[in-house]
Design a protein around this ligand. Structure first.
Ligand SMILES: [Zn+2]
Length: 382
């Protein structure tokens, strides 16, 4: 079990209704400091498995063949696809589109957030750099005018959680200030900024690096660029896509060790094919071909999001990158929960929190998922 205090070999979690009421280490007799389990409790022995908190994804565009740019049904399909892989808290990300369409979509997503289906909205674009556009439509990109940023915040009706922007563009730093004032995370990404420009944006209130390394200038010894500025500053949490495609394991490990386990958030940046399969898909208005799990734009061949799910990111982090399980849990659960301001409800196994649990076997393959006290994936134990 991974508790906030660390890994314990034996322990017990008690779930009542939608909440955790106990989560504690146990001695060989099964006694915990939290006292006895309720006498009438149904007991599930998960010996030989890992029990960890449900995963929190702050950057995700879709899954199960559906997109967060689609209808309410599409959004619920994608949410469901990721829940089956352990993501119990998810922020829905949009991609660059016409402002009117983004405003409309924000209205739809805000209602689903109101109902508790998603944890909020992340706007990725349109305020990003044409030099680092990745899989965003170039003709729809614009400079980050604070008035337009404000329009998106308002359209999210209190549910806008994060905006990714290229802060070096005209209006960028003012937009960061506006976002910070409204309690919305300003995330630096799809950016061509210098080191100095990035430092200025962090000083203005930016606190997240959108998929560090991807869609930004590389780390250079005479022009260290955004990567050095984002990695060195204690105020910034860096997103990393751990799918083995977006980052070389050495780059991932360098970032993880430099930022430290408390400043990394593993994300999927998933598109519709996650939890679905190869084939043709749309990412916003652009056509994407997915082949052997790698999503690329049909035109130009840019990587277009991932087909990652967070259970696979977990397994890779432990088995390929050799990261400690406790640190991986921080990057998948506690850190993103803290960023979203949801630490009182999710992100760790503690009494009073939502009963969001993930069960993994000894090989780190997913065997069970509970969300708010209900099994999404029921463990089939021998
Ligand atoms: Zn994205």
């Amino acid at each position: 079990m991974v508790l906030p205090t660390g890994v314990v070999d034996d322990g017990r979690v008690v779930v009542e209704g939608t909440k955790i009421t106990q989560a504690a280490a146990a001695d060989s007799a099964g006694t915990t400091a939290a006292g006895p389990a309720p006498a009438d409790a149904e007991v599930l022995d998960v010996g030989g498995h890992w029990l960890v908190p449900g995963f929190v994804d702050i950057h995700n565009h879709g899954g199960g063949g559906a997109s967060f740019s689609g209808t309410a049904d599409d959004v619920l399909t994608a949410v469901r696809a990721h829940r089956l892989h352990g993501t119990t808290t998810l922020v829905a990300s949009t991609v660059t589109d016409e402002m009117d369409l983004l405003v409309t979509q924000a209205g739809l997503l805000s209602e689903l957030a109101e109902q508790g289906d998603i944890a909020g909205i992340h706007f990725e674009g349109p305020f990003i750099s044409p030099c680092r556009k990745g899989a965003h439509s170039e003709e729809l990109l614009r400079d980050p005018d604070p008035a337009e940023v404000r329009k998106l915040i308002d359209a999210g009706r209190g549910r806008a959680r994060m905006v990714t922007l290229a802060t070096e563009l005209p209006g960028g730093v003012d937009s960061v200030r506006l976002l910070a004032e409204h309690g919305v995370i300003a995330a630096i990404g799809h950016t061509d900024a210098s080191y100095e420009q990035t430092v200025a944006a962090i000083d203005a209130g930016a606190t997240v690096a959108t998929h560090l390394f991807n869609a930004m200038p590389p780390l250079g010894h005479r022009s260290p660029g955004p990567i050095a500025a984002l990695l060195e500053d204690e105020r910034v949490t860096v997103e990393l896509i751990n799918d083995g495609v977006h980052l070389h394991p050495a780059a991932l490990e360098l970032a993880f060790h430099h930022a430290g386990a408390s400043r990394v958030a593993f994300i999927t940046d998933a598109m519709d094919a996650a939890g679905s399969g190869d084939g043709r898909y749309l990412l916003g208005p652009l056509e994407v071909e997915v082949s052997e799990g790698v999503a690329r734009l049909v035109e130009g061949g840019s990587i277009a999001g991932s087909t990652l799910t967070l259970d696979r990111a977990f397994k890779r982090a432990v088995t390929v990158d050799g990261l400690p399980v406790q640190d991986v849990v921080a990057a998948l659960c506690a850190n993103p929960a803290r960023l979203l301001g949801l630490s009182d409800r999710v992100g760790s196994l503690e009494p009073g929190k939502d009963a969001d649990l993930v069960l993994l076997d000894a090989d780190f393959d997913l065997k069970g998922v509970m969300r708010q006290g209900e099994w999404v994936v029921t463990p089939q134990l021998p």
